[in-house]
Every structure is written in C-alpha cells, then in structure tokens.
Write a protein that binds this ligand. Structure first.
Ligand SMILES: Nc1ncnc2c1ncn2[C@@H]1O[C@H](COP(=O)(O)OP(=O)(O)OP(=O)(O)O)[C@@H](O)[C@H]1O
Ligand SMILES: [Mg+2]
Length: 160
C-alpha cells in the first residue's frame, strides 16, 4: 500500500507506484535549472480520486513535444530560455512506463506545461475503500475519510 498522507490511501503495487512517482521527480530534477523549485503535493481531486502532483519551475515542454511525451522512446527537445539544449541521458521510456503503471491501477496521469515556465504532472488514483473488519481483518484503522477537494501536504525541493 502506498500511503500518500493520513486519511488518503490507495491500494496497489507499492514498488511500481513508487517507481512511477519517483520517475516524475527524477524528470523534474533533470529538467529544472539550478535555483528552480520542485513541489510535490497530494490531496483529493474533484472526481474523488487521490492525486499526487509533481510540479517544477523548469524549462517546460515545447508545444510540439507535449502531445508525445507519453509515447515510448519519445524524447523532447528541452531547451533553456536562452536556447541551450538540455540533454540529460535518457531513453524516452520513463513517462511511458509511469503511465502504464498508473493505468494498471485504474488511474490516469496528465501533464500541463509551458516552455520556459515549468511543468506539472498529476497522477490520479482511486482512493482505497475504507477497510472494514470483513474486508481487511488486519487493518490499522483510519481509512479513506480525508478532506474534500484541494491538494495539500506540499513538499518542496530546491534544484541545485
Ligand atoms: N519535468 C519535465 N520538464 C520538461 N520536460 C520534461 C519533463 N518531464 C519530461 N519531459 C520531456 O518529456 C520527454 C519524455 O520523458 P521521459 O521521462 O519519458 O524520457 P526521458 O526523461 O527523456 O528519458 P528516460 O527514459 O531516461 O526517462 C523528455 O525527453 C523531456 O523532453
Ligand atoms: Mg525521464
């Protein structure tokens, strides 16, 4: 079980979900210049799903690349505002795999980005049903009560 925060839980393959979310953070680090900011937030979406959002103030994704970033082996042309190409090593597989993992959990992943301004990836997953003694005898209590709407619980990282 991947626990996003108290009262906001999803069921799933912990190792693969961690890998998918870790990859979004890895990308944010790769494509954000020193001094930029990366913020990870979690909360509920209006559709009731649990959401985890990774946003950065990095170089952003060019409009020509944006529709393709989830395609297998697609690598975008990431450039700094002064036109320098950022080309960290990569295969163009990470987002394809992350999307497959999220979809295997009946979730979805979206991206919003503006070149020169930054990028936000959002992972939405079904909230785990509140466990009962019948469904989960070894449960720890708590459950999926949570707050309505909004993302909170932000963690901030500074790119160096
Ligand atoms: N946070 C981000 N900011 C800017 N561009 C991004 C970001 N995340 C992804 N991209 C763009 O999307 C493309 C696809 O990302 P993806 O993670 O699939 O591949 P990659 O990072 O190039 O290589 P790897 O397979 O090693 O992850 C990247 O090549 C990059 O152009
Ligand atoms: Mg990547």
């Amino acid at each position: 079980m991947f626990v996003a925060r108290a009262g906001l839980e999803v069921f799933g393959d912990e190792a693969r979900l961690k890998w998918a979310i870790g990859h979004l953070i890895d990308n944010a680090i790769k494509y954000t210049l020193p001094g930029g900011e990366i913020v990870v937030r979690c909360g509920h979406l209006r559709d009731g799903r649990a959401a985890l959002e990774v946003s950065d103030t990095g170089v952003g994704i060019q409009p020509k690349d944006l529709p393709h970033v989830f395609e297998r082996f697609y690598r975008g042309e990431a450039r700094t505002p002064d036109g320098r190409l950022i080309d960290p090593r990569g295969l163009g597989q990470g987002l394809y795999v992350a999307k497959s993992v999220v979809e295997a959990h009946e979730g979805y992943i979206t991206v919003a980005s503006r070149a020169g301004a930054g990028t936000t990836f959002t992972v939405a997953l079904p909230v785990a049903e509140t466990p009962t003694e019948d469904t989960l005898p070894h449960q720890r209590g708590g459950g999926a009560a949570g707050r309505p709407g909004g993302l909170d619980g932000a963690a901030r990282l500074r790119a160096v």
